[in-house]
Design a protein around this ligand. Sequence first.
Ligand SMILES: NC(=O)c1ccc[n+]([C@@H]2O[C@H](COP(=O)([O-])OP(=O)(O)OC[C@H]3O[C@@H](n4cnc5c(N)ncnc54)[C@H](O)[C@@H]3O)[C@@H](O)[C@H]2O)c1
Length: 326
Amino acid sequence: MANQPSVLVTGGAGYVGSHVCKALHRSGFVPVTFDNLATGHREAVKWGPLEVGDVRNQDLVADVMQRYEATAVLHFAAASLVGESASKPLEYYDNNVAGAISLVTAMRRCGVSRIVFSSTCAVYGMPEALPIQETESTRPINVYGRTKLAVENLLADVAATGEIRTVMLRYFNAAGADSEGEIGEAHAPETHLIPLAIQAAHDPARPLHVFGSDYPTADGTCERDYVHVEDLAEAHLQALRFLGETGSSRAFNLGTGHPVSVRQVIAAVERVLGTKVPTVEASRRPGDPPRLFAAPGLAGRDLGWVATRSDIDRIVETATRWRRWA
Ligand SMILES: NC(=O)c1ccc[n+]([C@@H]2O[C@H](COP(=O)([O-])OP(=O)(O)OC[C@H]3O[C@@H](n4cnc5c(N)ncnc54)[C@H](O)[C@@H]3O)[C@@H](O)[C@H]2O)c1
């Protein structure tokens, strides 16, 4: 352990962060999880130490960074429910933006200069063109997206001084679970389509709500770009390598480039489980764009990243095999 570089992983007890910790461990890093367990799970921290704390506690973050001699930071910790962000804007700005200020200031105090940030396709809002390129204008349409864009701007501004180098990864829809079934998605409340569809298949008393079936898409339901959480994990390793090799700071889309509709997700769950997914047709949710999918070419070119595990059936199979703690 003494010779292995350690990486501070804020939010490492959460869904994406815990999968990245496993990948880091496999690649010879010590992932040091720093998490307040607000939405994370102690049981998900299996591949390195857990330090319980809040990223807004700058002294504590700096202390942990120093004690473990962190060489880089992966920043997942955030509040990330779009609906909740509208009713709790101050809490979202505080957690996501004040949290990032605290973290980057602690990095400066400790001389840590590399940070990979979990951003989101929500920074694009309603895109003008599809597939979405990184050059698309960033006009988020919800509080959550605006806090994420604020952090991107903050990181880019600090990077421009030369104090830090940053890769900002704009995930599309993270999905699936660890292929060995050790960890997976366990949000409460769950708002993501795939776990909800699996839940509905197991429990007909809780049918899946299909929000809008009159969109201008092939089958009338919304289309999204689902990317396997293990593919996302791989991208973080490549981002760390990229930051080690070059000085440039930038944002990358992480998606497959292939849109999948709500009905196609339901069909995949029915195929994999061999059971019907009971559904209820509901009206459109305000602010849901009909189609969102990435142009992932920049990550391919500069990070060497391509989604290889994001076939929808594989995503559903891994999500199904995973048994949650909750
Ligand atoms: N899941 C997705 O589809 C998706 C898509 C785009 C972007 N993202 C971003 O990826 C990141 C991880 O998402 P996730 O789905 O794993 O969420 P998650 O809620 O499972 O994980 C977030 C983790 O951060 C911790 N945390 C939150 N606030 C904290 C604080 N102030 N101090 C310390 N720890 C704190 C939580 O306890 C949790 O363990 C988030 O930043 C999210 O915005 C996720």
